[in-house]
Design a protein around this ligand. Structure first.
Ligand code: SF4
Length: 775
């Protein structure tokens, strides 16, 4: 891990002299004298107070502020060092139950993107004559926003506009956006980029458990006898969670199911390098072996589940021979997998995007849940079918974005749910629409087809991150009115906008995130947003005023006030967090996992306006769900859900003989690199140019060496990459990290039918135009 760095860098002592020396051409012999770099006095460390150890004098803080990292769903806490209220540095929080004093490179560099020179500092409106984005005031921007969206809705109806938002903003913000859009502005369609990462887990849990309820706590990493990672490169995607695995003292069996020999697979005791997208068949094959050998927890199944008999019958044809042929594994590997998860071992199953981003992803996630149920691995330490979320606030989005689900995980189709939300918000029931939104892909189809003509994109980069991106860009280009709200006006999507609204980023505003283990954490303002940029929360409030519905949202006067509304909306739900008094309570407790009802709170903490926040007792700091075997379904039992596997939508053939896999490249990159690309430190940790991993056997056949230029071609497009010859991919497979925009030029717009999550992990490509340059 690197050493701390400065956000607002001050000239170092001696720097002026060095610059003058450079200007005069006095560079000299660097062996005799070093003309650049820090002086000794800058390297001398001084006590920093606040339990921070020592820092250089120029970075000595006069205060610190604690906030949750704004990248991934791990939810690490960072102590930001302040000088006169300005953030100058940060270190990971030592006593936070999630990260225990650790952070990955993105966390260490979290302040840097805020100071990037290309921050959007004023609203920008595309000039009708010059075609250029030109600065305007907020009044013009918001008047234009309201006038043009209203005109579209008046002319073409409320379904002619939509928003696409993000799992990167605070829960209070996404809830206000969803309520404003649907209840205030009278629009219908809106979705979030969480569709790209967590829609599958959401649907899978909801169908199997009766509510979108990831059951685990991170302590489970340390308490399992066996950990199974399916489509999860935890070492890279969630590096601090991998540190939790490393703390497991039980010498656990670690099984990694992944076609690639990822960093996580390299640390496994069993790596099952299966044929891409044969995971559902494999999981049914393992269930078959468990049934055949009686390696199931009959008591748990009988008391707490429904549908097992039909499932056992369903998996009967998934014999080891049949599954071995489909997956490319051996019958011995299958048996070893089954033996490692048989009762009474404490087994935890972890999955991420390798499962969620597939053409049959929901049933695959449920096949994992089924293994967990049939072996009784739910609700005990070290167990669980555990989906690790992607973005810092994907869980907040799942519960409160008000897009597919009504606020608080309710159902738009249920009249009682609609009436309850209207009552809790003090709104007329008629303002709550009786149908959910179109999904992301359906919204873009509507844009491409002309039925949606106005789009508001908030904190996401559709033109880069959406599958078959050339098609997505063409669709965005057809819009009558495209508004992009972001930190930067330089994203691929913002460049296509008619109006850009400059937003404050993480660290420049207040609110809460909910991490993968259901822990609510607090985000604070430690830096001033540049120019006229303001928080997403305040942008939404202004939009409400300019739209003319501001009165409906008077109670949403601040993030803290909105948090109290969210508590009300959670009351009596599985995600009930009415026991959390306020932000101070979260901070004093090291975050708090839902559920945390008022009743639970009374047992340990009696909040009152004047009482100081009291931390949670240790027993309540790390909690898992379903210890009582009671699920959120009507009969309290978990369901076995299954379907026959389907073939991949685009199999390889003579013309396109390689399978393209995509995924994370390094722990220094985040999504489309809009933020991580701003850090010189992070940029040193990954190749600047896109590359494609090719197996040595294929490389030899194609006379292809590492660093050779190669064209990767799919039915959607052609891109240029440098070849990286490596056995981490199997023969017939290639891999491109998703952070480079070339990746989605190639991917195919294919979706899981239940979650409508894109299938980024499999399409057919060929390699062309290779040079024979070798390293
Ligand atoms: Fe931030 Fe995730 Fe890295 Fe933790 S692991 S520091 S939450 S990006």
């Amino acid at each position: 891990m690197k050493s701390p760095r400065t956000l607002h860098r001050r000239p170092e002592r001696g720097e002026a002299t060095r610059r003058a020396a450079d200007r005069s051409g006095r560079r000299g012999n660097s062996l005799l004298r070093q003309w650049t770099g820090p002086l000794t006095q800058d390297l001398t460390l001084h006590p920093a107070d606040f339990g921070l150890g020592k820092v250089p004098a120029r970075l000595r803080p006069d205060a610190t502020a604690r906030l949750i990292c704004g990248y991934c769903s791990t939810g690490c806490s960072l102590d930001v060092h302040l000088q006169s209220g300005v953030a100058v540095n940060l270190t990971p929080t030592v006593d936070y139950p999630v990260n225990l004093g650790m952070a990955c490179p993105k966390g260490w560099e979290a302040l840097t993107p805020l100071a990037a020179p290309d921050r959007a500092t004023t609203p920008l409106l595309r000039h009708p004559r010059t075609g250029r984005l030109e600065p305007v005031g907020w009044d013009t921007a918001l008047e234009t926003f309201a006038r043009r969206f209203k005109a579209l809705m008046d002319r073409h109806g409320p379904e002619s506009v939509a928003f696409l938002s993000t799992g990167q903003i605070c829960t209070e913000e996404m809830a206000l956006l969803g309520a404003l859009w649907k209840f205030g502005m009278g629009a219908v369609h809106g979705d979030s980029n969480t569709r790209q990462c967590m829609a599958t887990s959401h649907v899978a849990y909801k169908e199997s458990f009766g509510f979108d309820a990831p059951p685990f706590t991170y302590a489970d990493f340390e308490e399992s006898d066996t950990l199974v990672f399916i489509g999860s490169n935890l070492c890279i995607a969630h590096p601090i969670l991998w540190q939790r695995v490393a703390r497991n003292r039980k010498r656990p069996e670690i099984i990694v199911v992944d076609p690639r020999r990822t960093e996580t697979a390299m640390n496994a005791t069993q790596h099952l390098a299966l044929t891409p997208k044969s995971d559902l068949t494999l999981l049914y094959g393992v269930a078959h072996l468990l049934v055949q050998n009686g390696w199931v927890d009959r008591e748990f199944i009988a008391r707490h589940t429904t549908g097992f008999a039909a499932f056992a019958e369903f998996v009967r044809p998934f014999t080891p021979d049949q599954v071995a042929a489909a997956s490319g594994l051996t019958a011995g590997q299958l048996r070893r997998f089954a033996e490692a998860i048989r009762p009474p071992r404490a087994v935890s199953f972890w999955w991420t995007m390798g499962v969620n981003q597939g053409h049959e992803s929901t049933r695959t996630a449920q096949a994992i849940i089924n293994l967990s149920l049939m072996t009784g691995n739910v609700g005990r330490p070290g167990t669980g079918p555990n989906s690790v979320t992607g973005q810092c606030n994907a869980m907040g989005s799942r519960l409160f974005a008000n897009t597919s689900s009504l606020l608080g995980g309710r159902d738009f189709l249920n009249p009682e749910d609609r009436a309850e939300v209207a009552r809790l918000l003090g709104l007329p029931p008629a303002v709550v629409p009786a149908r959910p939104s179109l999904a992301y892909d359906q919204i873009l189809d509507g844009v491409a087809g002309g039925t949606i003509q106005g789009l508001w994109v908030i904190g996401t980069n559709t033109a880069h991150s959406w599958t078959d991106s050339a098609r997505a860009r063409r669709a965005l280009g057809r819009l009558e009115f495209l508004v992009v709200q972001d930190l930067y006006a330089t994203t691929d999507t913002a460049r296509q906008a008619h109006l850009v609204l400059p937003a404050a980023g993480w660290g420049e505003k207040e609110g809460t995130f909910i991490n993968s283990e259901r822990r609510l954490g607090h985000v604070k303002k430690v830096s001033r947003a540049p120019g006229q940029a303001i928080s997403d929360f305040n942008i939404f409030r202004l939009v409400a005023d300019y739209w003319g519905c501001g009165e409906m949202f008077r109670e949403w006067s601040s993030p803290q006030a909105a948090f109290q509304i969210l508590k009300r909306l959670s009351a009596g739900r599985p995600c009930d967090f009415t026991g959390i008094a306020d932000y101070r309570h979260l901070e004093a407790s090291g975050g708090i996992q839902w559920p945390f009802s008022e009743r639970m709170s009374v047992d340990c903490f009696r909040p009152s306006a004047n009482s100081a926040p009291v931390p949670l007792p240790p027993a309540l700091r790390e909690r898992r769900l379903f210890a009582d075997g009671q699920f959120f379904t009507a009969d309290g039992k978990a369901r076995f859900i299954f379907d026959s596997p389907r073939s991949v939508p685009e199999p390889v053939d003579a013309e396109f003989p390689f399978v393209l896999l995509t995924g994370r490249g390094t722990s220094a990159q985040w999504h489309t690199n809009t933020r991580t690309g701003k850090s010189a430190v992070l940029r040193k940790l990954y190749p600047a140019k896109p590359y494609v991993e090719v197996h040595p056997v294929d490389a030899a056949r194609l006379r292809l060496g590492s660093k050779a230029r190669v064209s990767v071609v799919s039915r959607r497009g052609r891109v240029e990459c440098a070849a990286f010859v490596t056995p981490t991919v199997g023969p017939g497979q290639v891999f491109i990290p998703m952070h480079y925009e070339v990746a989605n030029v190639l991917t195919r717009a294919e979706f899981d039918p239940h979650s409508r999550q894109p299938s980024y992990k499999h399409c057919a490509v060929r390699l062309e135009g290779v040079s024979t340059a070798r390293k």
